[in-house]
Ligand binder design. Structure first.
Ligand SMILES: Cc1cc2nc3c(=O)[nH]c(=O)nc-3n(C[C@H](O)[C@H](O)[C@H](O)COP(=O)(O)OP(=O)(O)OC[C@H]3O[C@@H](n4cnc5c(N)ncnc54)[C@H](O)[C@@H]3O)c2cc1C
Length: 411
């Protein structure tokens, strides 16, 4: 079937879904529909529904370092994405109290870029308070014994803005987008997936269905719940005065691996802070599968103290301020933190693109192209992104500290 005629149904209009619509529409597909549960883009449930996300290319795995570099090239040059990218640099390190695991992870991240030609002259080691002052004078916390490095070839994306821009772009390319109606079931003719039906009863038929539902994917595809675990982290903001915001304008994204991270204030003076740690699942007691609950506008009690600790270390004058717009944000974790972009085995016409493992917003400009490759190739040739039957989701991730907990333990 030709690209122009092939009916493609994308379920989930978040980071992966909108990027997929963008790449397919640009490649000449003319019959694309995106079905999105949320009433707006970004949807409240999208992991990208946030002021900002880190864009950096250091990874423990050189494979992802290369992909992230390609993504940064798009963030800096593609007129769709560039207005939403701020290359303010990335100050990454560990506080004096960090555990060995956190230090090892940092060393591996640095190793992935240290000798890479793209980073020549871009990295400054940070070994003292003076070194911190030289690259981020506005950080006035003690940061005693804080060690790490400053990477100039990095920054952040204004993620909600970038998703809105992508949504407008795909709208302009003729993609149909239906909001405010969750897909309730996938429709099959034997093994062939032939479309989907929404909660309001609307039926959509398709030649190929692509699931890009992030952490919620197991709701429609329970068999993936053994590879993908919905996991969440807290996000909070401090409202700054215009004077305070001006003082912190242009600060690098600052990430103490063992404590958490924060960004320069947004244009309204909101400073976003997020604690590190291994997050929270929401496991169904019978199946053990974790997907997000309906309401995510709350924080588990322990997270407030963790967020204040981040502020105390780096920006102590903000440490006791009210925290606003608090929520938990969900990603789709795999055991090895590799994405899953593949046809679903045992079905026809059904592709899944998920498993972002908390590190895929930066790939917004590219990820849809990888989905398109699988669609056109008829299979996934990249082993690390293949469907992995029996993989035990949510194992020990080297770059996360602490133990993952379950939200049900707090209710
Ligand atoms: C706390 C946190 C911090 C992060 N920080 C970073 C970072 O700094 N840098 C970075 O690169 N990445 C970061 N990420 C990861 C990044 O946000 C995700 O990798 C990316 O957004 C995942 O995209 P997705 O399309 O798979 O999921 P989402 O963007 O969540 O999209 C899924 C979409 O599916 C929709 N949906 C769900 N169920 C249905 C249904 N039944 N019917 C229709 N639609 C449905 C949802 O409403 C949503 O819009 C972070 C993630 C978290 C959780």
């Amino acid at each position: 079937m030709s690209r122009a005629n092939s009916m493609v149904l994308i379920i989930g209009g978040g980071t992966f879904g909108l990027s997929t619509a963008y790449h397919l529409a640009n490649a000449g597909y003319r019959n694309i529909t995106v079905l999105e549960k949320g009433a707006t883009v970004p949807s409240p449930l999208s992991a990208g529904n946030d002021l900002n996300k880190i864009v950096r290319a250091e990874y423990e795995e050189p494979y992802y370092a290369e992909l992230a570099l390609a993504a940064i090239a798009e963030w800096t040059s593609n007129p769709l994405f560039a207005p939403h990218y701020r290359q303010v640099g990335y100050l990454l390190g560990n506080s004096a109290a960090a555990l060995e695991k956190s230090r090892t992870s940092l060393a591996k991240s640095l190793a992935s870029i240290q000798t890479h030609p793209a980073f020549a002259g871009q990295i400054t080691p940070i070994n003292s308070r003076e070194d911190i002052r030289a690259v981020a004078p506005a950080l006035d916390g003690a940061m005693d014994g804080w060690v790490g490095y400053f990477n100039r070839l990095a920054g952040y994306a204004r993620s909600a803005d970038a998703l809105r821009a992508t949504y407008d772009a795909v709208n302009g390319l003729g993609v149909g987008i239906a909001l405010d109606d969750a897909v309730a079931t996938l429709d099959y003719d034997g093994h062939k997936c032939v479309g989907a039906t929404t909660a309001s009863g609307k039926r959509y038929t398709a030649d190929v269905v692509i699931l890009t539902m992030g952490a919620s994917v197991a709701n429609l595809l329970p068999s993936i719940g053994h590879q993908v675990t919905g996991r969440s982290w807290a996000i909070a903001h401090v409202q700054l005065t215009p004077e305070e915001a001006a003082k912190l304008a242009g600060i690098p994204v600052t990430y103490s691996r063992d404590l958490g991270f924060f960004f320069e204030p947004d244009p309204t003076g909101l400073l976003k802070v997020s604690p590190s740690g291994s997050g929270y699942t929401n496991k169904n007691k019978e199946t053990g599968i974790s997907v997000p609950p309906e309401d995510n506008n709350f924080m588990p009690p322990a997270e407030e103290e963790a967020i204040r600790k981040v502020l105390r270390e780096h920006l102590p004058s903000l440490a006791e301020r009210p925290l606003v717009n608090t929520k938990i944000c969900w990603c789709a974790d795999t055991a090895d933190t590799d994405y899953i972009i593949d046809f679903v085995p045992g079905k026809e016409g059904l592709i899944v693109a998920t498993g972002d493992s908390g590190h895929a917003f930066k790939m917004l400009p590219l990820v849809g192209g990888w989905v398109k490759d699988v669609l056109e190739n008829g299979k996934q040739d990249i082993a690390r992104w293949a469907w992995k039957e029996g993989n035990n989701a949510g194992g020990e991730v080297s770059w996360r500290v602490g133990k993952s907990r379950d939200l049900n333990d707090y209710t």
